[in-house]
Every structure is written in structure tokens, then in C-alpha cells.
Design a protein around this ligand. Structure first.
Ligand code: 13P
Length: 255
């Protein structure tokens, strides 16, 4: 059974006062949500403040990135121990903005995934094709390479603990959402790739969709059998919109 997971990726937004207010509103709105998990990923500087606001609530804390080492001479980086200490349960890894603007490679993502798992953080591993790749018919090939490189060296038991996020780059921040059918096609493909390596464990892995998720498209996306939740950017900065997304209907368990 896969419990739907709704994650708000705040990206580089959220000075402390804004972050506290947004977290408090999400907390209040998510209080009565049953049968789904909700998490927010504030910037590093706001993690401690948001953790305080979310204390003893059902909303979990996620980080947006991480280095794979525990400590060392890595100026500007944040380690898994630091994320654990501040109360993170999840960490987003390999987001396309990290790949595109900061040169993250599949090999780096793989090391980060291993390290996150070793530190009992749930990695949310992002994959997805660019517009050029989609238009030239390479979507499944690109996603296959990213998934294989990031995950397929892991044991089945480790794969069980991973969350995958399919985020087509052309749908991120553009208002151009993938159709539920386009997303479902890739989600099913990803689950089949995981099945090759991990057998029936693949049925337990949550695969999220990300890219221009909004209150008006969430219900249709969540009807698809292999879409197990969403990774929300822009709309997660508006508590009301984010809570509405988390309240998607129909509620149902995925098996
Ligand atoms: P938008 O929801 O703003 O398109 O961003 C998606 C995203 O990148 C989430 O990680």
C-alpha cells in the first residue's frame, strides 16, 4: 500500500518570518488530513524555525539538497548529520535545478542517495527530461538513465525506502503541466524499471509527479494509478493552495 505523499518545495523562498507563517498555516490546514503524508522543504536557513512550528504535528520536514559526506572541508555544503539534527525526515536529491544550474551529475545523485539512506533520511530522487528531449522522443531513455544511475545499484531493501519524483523540466515553473496520461506513462515506466531490479518491492515505492501542480489539476493527476503524490513548487508558497492540493480527491489507497 502506498500512502500518498504531498511535498512542498519552497526552493529559495522564505525569510524566517515568512517561513514560520507559511509553516503555521500548512500545519493548521493539514491537521485533519487522514491517509496521506505531507512535508515541506524550506531553505536550510529556515529549517530550525520551521521545525519548531511543526513540532508534534503531522507535517514532516524535508531539505532541498545535501552533501554525501558527514563532515569535512566542503565549504557551503550541508551534511546528512546536520539534516537529521535539525529534524529532517526527507531530503530532495537531484532536483533539475541542481542538475541544470549547479552541475549535479547522476554519479553525485547516486552518492547522495546512498548517504541519505545510511542516515535514515528518505531521499526524494528527482528525474525528468527537458523540452528538447521530449520533443525528440527521448523521454523514456533519459528517465531510464537517470533512474538506473541513481538507484539501480541499490539492494531491493534500500529501494523500498526511496521516493522517486518525476519532474519534466519543461513543466517546472512554466504553468505547463504534463497531462495525467503523459505523467502516468512515465510513472509506470519508472515502476517497471524498479521492478527489474527490486521485483515486487517496486509496488511499494512512491512515485511523485512535479511540475506546475495546482489546485485545479491535482485531482486529475491523482486519479492515475501510478501517481502516488506530488512535489509542489510555486503553489506550495501559498498555504491555502498547498493545503487544497494535499486535500486532493478522491482519497484512495494505492496498491
Ligand atoms: P512548480 O510547481 O513551481 O512548477 O515547481 C515544481 C518543482 O520543481 C518542485 O520541485
Amino acid at each position: 500500500m502506498r500512502i500518498p505523499l504531498i511535498v512542498g518545495n519552497w526552493k529559495m523562498h522564505g525569510l524566517l518570518a515568512e517561513a514560520r507563517a507559511l509553516a503555521a498555516a500548512v500545519r493548521a490546514g493539514a491537521e485533519t488530513l487522514n491517509g496521506r503524508e505531507v512535508a515541506v522543504a524550506p531553505p536550510f536557513t529556515a529549517l530550525a524555525a520551521v521545525r519548531e512550528v511543526l513540532q508534534d504535528s503531522a507535517v514532516a520536514l524535508a531539505a532541498q539538497n545535501m552533501h554525501w559526506e558527514e563532515r569535512g572541508a566542503f565549504t557551503g555544503e550541508v551534511s546528512p548529520l546536520m539534516l537529521r539534527e535539525v529534524g529532517c525526515q526527507f531530503v530532495i536529491l537531484g532536483h533539475s535545478e541542481r542538475r541544470q544550474y549547479f552541475g549535479e551529475t547522476d554519479a553525485m545523485v547516486e552518492q547522495k542517495v546512498r548517504s541519505a539512506l545510511a542516515h535514515e533520511l528518505v531521499p526524494i530522487v528527482c528525474v525528468g527530461e527537458t523540452l528538447k528531449e521530449r520533443e525528440s522522443g527521448q523521454t523514456l531513455e533519459v528517465v531510464t538513465t537517470q533512474v538506473r544511475r541513481a538507484l539501480l545499484a541499490l539492494e531491493a531493501a534500500a529501494i523500498r525506502r526511496v521516493v522517486v519524483a518525476y519532474e519534466p523540466v519543461w513543466a517546472i515553473g512554466t504553468g505547463r503541466v504534463a497531462t495525467p496520461q503523459q505523467a502516468q506513462e512515465v510513472h509506470r515506466w519508472i515502476r517497471n524499471l524498479l521492478r527489474e531490479k527490486a521485483g515486487e518491492v517496486a509496488a511499494e515505492v512512491r512515485i511523485l509527479y512535479g511540475g506546475s501542480v495546482k489546485p485545479d489539476n491535482i485531482d486529475d493527476l491523482m486519479k492515475e494509478p501510478d501517481i502516488d503524490g506530488v512535489l509542489v513548487g510555486g503553489a506550495s508558497l501559498d498555504a491555502q493552495a498547498f493545503v487544497r492540493i494535499a486535500r486532493f480527491s478522491p482519497a484512495r489507497e494505492r496498491e
